[in-house]
Write a protein of this length. Structure first.
Ligand code: DGL
Length: 271
């Protein structure tokens, strides 16, 4: 479709285990309105958050092969679990820019935190990988990181329970230890969590929230600029095409909640 275009007119590939990465796609659309996007949601194999490093890396490789076949100019891993487990593997094995969500999120948090106490919430797999801790260690020795896994948040968002009593109670339980630690900045270390931002902000009053999706869009712009790969034609409206590994209708319905615009969704079976 975009295969014969000049290098900078090629699309950007974005992938996630499911719909959550659409928060990143939405930020990329906003920050880079001239870019075309190919999004892959691995809906047949979601969640990644309870799977092993080797499984998630194998899935990430299959998806990247698919995106490379679609002639993308860069790959954005719009999933915290896949970024934690597979980013270095993809960088070693694919000859194009690979941007994950961890580094941009950590950099943003460090720039925002005044008291040096940063919290991060995510899936069990992401937390156990300690990826955020390792990244922070590279950037600063002055900041302290406190992690909490919140396994019920993804199903709550997927079931559109982004507010209400049950969601608040669960969020209070998950966030209590972080509140006790006196964090002043919280990284939303899972693609679904920006949808819960109002509930989280109510519980952690005054705590700055880092939505990695915005930081990722900025990191992507920087890389594309450096490599002269930014699409030209500022006024052109971008196109987003989504591929999923399970039912496209279901994905199409829930994707509106994230992207707020109609998208075309196609099913593809990865070998
Ligand atoms: N996209 C995943 C992440 O950001 C959350 C959903 C899942 O567990 O697959 O970690």
């Amino acid at each position: 479709m975009w295969g014969m275009n000049a290098p900078n007119q090629r699309p950007i590939g974005i992938f996630d285990s499911g719909v959550g990465g659409l928060t990143v796609a939405a930020s990329v659309r906003k920050a880079l309105p001239s870019e075309n996007i190919i999004y892959f949601g691995d809906t047949a194999r979601v969640p990644y958050g309870n799977k092993s490093r080797s499984t998630v890396t194998r899935f990430s490789g299959q998806i990247s092969d698919f995106l490379v076949e679609k002639n993308v100019k860069a790959i954005v891993i719009a999933c915290n679990t896949a970024s934690s487990f597979s980013q270095s593997y993809l960088r070693r094995n694919y000859d194009l820019p690979v941007i994950g969500v961890i580094k941009p999120g950590v950099e943003k948090a460090v720039s925002l935190s005044k008291n040096g106490r940063i919290g991060v919430i995510g899936t069990e797999a992401m937390v156990s990988s300690r990826a955020y801790e390792k990244e922070l260690f590279k950037i600063s020795s002055k900041h302290k990181l406190f992690q909490e896994s919140c396994p019920l948040f993804v199903p709550l968002v997927e079931n559109r329970m982004t507010s209400g009593e049950i969601t608040s109670k669960i969020a209070e339980k998950y966030l209590r230890p972080l509140k006790r630690r006196g964090i002043d900045t919280l990284i939303l270390g899972c693609t679904h969590y920006p949808m819960l931002r109002p509930v989280l902000s109510e519980i952690l009053e005054g705590v700055k929230m880092v939505d990695s999706s915005e930081a990722v869009a900025e990191a992507l712009r920087k890389v594309l600029e450096e490599r002269h790969l930014l699409a030209c034609g500022k006024r052109r409206k971008n196109r987003t095409v989504c591929y999923v590994s399970d039912d496209p209708l279901k994905f199409g319905k829930i994707s509106g909640m994230f992207l707020k615009c109609p998208v075309s969704v196609r099913k593809v079976v990865l070998a």
